[in-house]
Design a protein around this ligand. Structure first.
Ligand SMILES: Cc1cc2nc3c(=O)[nH]c(=O)nc-3n(C[C@H](O)[C@H](O)[C@H](O)COP(=O)(O)OP(=O)(O)OC[C@H]3O[C@@H](n4cnc5c(N)ncnc54)[C@H](O)[C@@H]3O)c2cc1C
Length: 338
């Protein structure tokens, strides 16, 4: 069988590496950094992602996850919506999930090479799972873990002026606190207090006090800038991108990890045909691209259209009014973005 090389050990790369290696394809996985590590992510995996992991035989990666059923939305300090999720979702740290998938891959005989930045230029047998491309943008993502933060629902979403933050239960009773903010040059702070400084700057002062008073894991502070949300990409000859390398969905959906996992699932049978010599590399790339487009097109479009509603204060009033009047079609919007 032809071997396969994967650039990037995020959820797309790790999922695909595991299923290819388990099916007998000699798989090499290059990761530019070290594993495991804390990542900027809400760590909320929706039902589609969990179902996809199950179909790929990788459910043990999320064993012990916090089960999510309830969600509450806040504008400033006011709760405008309480709802249940249309399907169960799961909260688990990337640190834990990545480590389990990496261990499993190596135990199956796969080659994981960390601190190895692989070229993602189009090349036969090389799958680009290198995540979103860093680009000039106005967005900054910040995250930390609290060990004793008490939330009023499994998932709390708070909207402020040009930013929002999710508080999501994860394993061992911890809470992931992850936010996306419009960059503000006037907000300057140390790595440890930057998230709180941004919360205050966007009007979420009470929440900043609550988080500041909780026990924060000092090793969990991470941040990332240069986040852009992409449209549906056009296919490129002999080139295969999965997960965020394919397209980046706005984070409020809590769907990026699912897209990464699902895209690996889509790619697996087609790459098996390539590895077995039944399909050319070009045809394999084209088929996977088409299937990804079909599966993710509407999610990506709806999420892009909704994103400004979460970040622009003038639109918050409309959302708040609809939420308070119980007219916000949350479950429908959730279904459309998942
Ligand atoms: C603020 C924020 C909150 C989010 N919250 C959620 C959420 O709650 N739920 C959800 O489902 N999604 C969420 N997401 C999105 C989610 O994190 C991503 O969609 C998901 O991590 C994509 O997985 P991936 O495998 O495609 O890429 P990544 O997880 O980014 O992995 C890519 C890997 O490739 C490595 N790499 C890069 N270049 C190379 C190279 N040339 N060679 C080798 N290795 C390379 C990187 O180091 C990295 O480890 C959030 C994103 C942000 C920014």
């Amino acid at each position: 069988m032809k071997p396969i090389t994967i650039a990037g050990a995020g959820l797309a790369g790790l999922s695909l590496a595991n299923t290819l290696q388990a099916a007998g394809v000699a798989t090499t996985l290059h990761e530019a950094h070290t594993l495991p590590r804390h990542r900027v992510c809400g760590e909320f995996i929706c039902g589609k992602g969990a179902d996809s992991l199950a179909r790929q035989g990788l459910s043990d990666a999320i064993a012990g996850a916090h089960p999510h059923r309830s969600i509450e939305w806040f504008m400033r300090a006011r709760c405008v919506l309480k709802s249940t999720l249309p399907s169960p979702a799961y909260g688990i740290s990337r640190y834990q999930t990545d480590q389990r998938l990496a261990n499993r891959f190596e135990a199956a005989g796969g080659r994981l090479i960390c601190q190895s930045r692989w070229s993602v230029a189009p090349e036969e047998g090389v799958v680009n799972c290198s995540g979103r491309q860093s680009t000039r943008s106005d967005w900054i993502g910040l995250k930390l873990h609290s060990q004793d933060f008490v939330t009023s629902a499994d998932l709390e979403l708070h909207m402020g002026d040009q930013g929002y933050i999710g508080l999501s239960g994860i394993e061992h009773g911890r809470t992931n606190i992850c936010a996306l903010f419009k960059l503000r040059p006037d907000v300057r702070s140390s790595k440890e207090t930057l998230l709180l400084a941004y919360l205050r700057a966007c009007g979420l002062t009470q929440l900043a006090e609550r988080i500041g008073a909780s026990q924060i894991d000092p090793l969990s502070h991470v941040g990332v800038a240069g986040i852009a949300f992409s449209q549906l990409p056009a296919p490129r000859p002999a080139s295969l991108q999965l997960g965020d390398a394919y397209s980046v969905i706005p984070p409020f959906t809590g769907n990026g990890m699912s897209i990464a996992i699902e895209s690996a699932e889509i790619a697996h049978p087609i790459l098996m045909d390539y590895a077995n010599g039944m399909l050319s590399w070009n045809d394999a790339c084209r088929s996977i691209h088409l299937e990804c487009r079909q599966r993710f097109k509407s999610r990506l479009k709806v999420a892009q259209a909704l994103h400004p509603w979460l970040t622009q204060s003038k639109r918050h009033k409309v959302l708040a009014a609809l939420g308070t009047a119980k007219m916000l079609p949350f479950r429908l919007l959730y279904a459309l973005t998942h």
